[in-house]
Design a protein around this ligand. Structure first.
Ligand code: GLU
Length: 359
């Protein structure tokens, strides 16, 4: 039997808020209507929703002088309650239950936490509950926070083996020039080999933390794992239903998915570079072997140096002799054992192919 199509929908703060910063309840309601329709048509939906901080800010305009971390903690704490409450009531009208998933980057760091989160959302979906995911901004305040919810949505799409990730922002897609210029057009499809660097502006679009650069980076990575990624305008009427159910697609940018998806472990590894505990330097032969076509593990014979300390099972970065990271993977032994086996021919792989992902 063909699996029900699974979609992750990410809604940015700019979609959910009005120009004055207050929550746009009409827009939220329209998004909920569309998600209900997707569900009716047999799609499984996971919603990654921003808007907690923006919502909290608009509720507490008079907040006394706070630093940016305190503001984020305070606004997200009160804003998330309002946000989830609204979703609860809007979905209730359709008889749909939702569940709140507040997470942080650390929860993707170890395989055990990763699998725990996956099971949690899996059991929600099996019971027809829509997971509504956001970063736990009240405690996620270190350098280990997500760049933005685009990054979080990419991780969720990858972890939950989604067929499609839709990132809704307040512009129609990626333009081949300044979005403000009349001459610019939305790039309809992006293939893995397309270079977008000349088109992407570093500007952010208002309230959210993200920008086009992160969106594109995430979209590419996720598409490489075999998941279709769409960047579209969440302020357009019926955007989700037109994109996913309609016969004529509205304007958007679509990242073409790689033909062969990555395994679940490889997907986890690919998103784990932020958790690297140490590094190993490898010689040119090993670089060539890893980058070649075959399924190659990293053997101690190709390792020339061990940098930092790591334990068996930790994520490590694999660098070429110029310290350029070329891959990440899960170490099959500690740095002490790896140092003892440096350059040897007769030892087991330091990183097995199944646990290795090229950068
Ligand atoms: N988690 C933040 C919020 O709910 C949004 C982060 C982002 O802008 O992507 O407000």
């Amino acid at each position: 039997m063909e699996r029900v199509k699974r979609v992750v929908v990410k809604v940015g703060s700019n979609v959910l808020t009005r120009e004055d910063g207050t929550l746009d309840v009409t827009r939220m309601s329209s998004i909920v209507d569309q998600i209900a329709k997707l569900r009716k048509n047999g799609l499984e939906v996971i919603l990654v929703s921003s808007g907690a901080v923006a919502c909290g800010r608009s509720m507490l305009r008079s907040a006394s002088r706070l630093d940016s971390v305190e503001q984020r903690q305070l606004f997200s704490a009160i804003g998330q309650v309002r946000l989830i409450n609204l979703y609860f009531n809007l979905f209730k009208d359709y008889g749909i239950s939702i569940g709140q998933v507040l997470t942080m980057k650390e929860n993707f760091g170890t395989r055990m936490h990763y699998l725990n989160q996956r099971s949690c959302m899996e059991v929600m979906l099996q019971n027809k509950v829509i997971p509504v995911v956001n970063e736990n901004d009240t405690v996620s305040v270190t350098e280990l926070m997500f760049t933005d919810n685009d990054e979080l949505s990419g991780l969720v799409a990858s972890m939950m083996d989604a067929d499609t990730l839709v990132i809704l922002s307040n512009i129609d897609g990626i333009y081949n020039g300044s979005p403000k210029s009349q001459k610019s057009q939305v790039i309809e499809t992006v293939s893995p080999e397309d270079d977008l660097s000349q088109y992407i502006s570093t500007q952010k679009s208002g309230l959210g933390r993200g920008g086009m650069i992160t969106k594109c980076g995430i979209a590419r990575k996720v598409a490489e794992e075999g998941i279709r990624v769409i960047i579209a305008n969440g302020k357009r009427e019926n955007i989700l239903t037109d994109l996913l159910l309609g016969s004529e697609s509205p304007v958007h940018t679509e990242f073409v998915p790689a033909a062969h998806g990555a395994s679940s472990v490889k997907k986890w590894i690919a998103h784990s570079s932020g958790f690297s505990k140490g590094s190993v330097m490898i010689d040119d032969n090993a670089v060539r072997a890893l980058k070649g076509k075959g399924a190659v593990s990293l053997l101690p014979v190709g390792v020339t140096d061990i940098i930092g300390e790591f334990e068996e099972g930790d994520i490590i970065t694999i660098m070429d002799r110029n310290s350029k990271p070329i891959a990440i993977g899960r170490a099959s032994c500690s740095s002490t054992v790896a140092a003892a086996e440096l350059g040897r021919h007769d030892c087991k792989p330091l990183v097995h192919y199944d646990y290795l992902s090229l950068i």
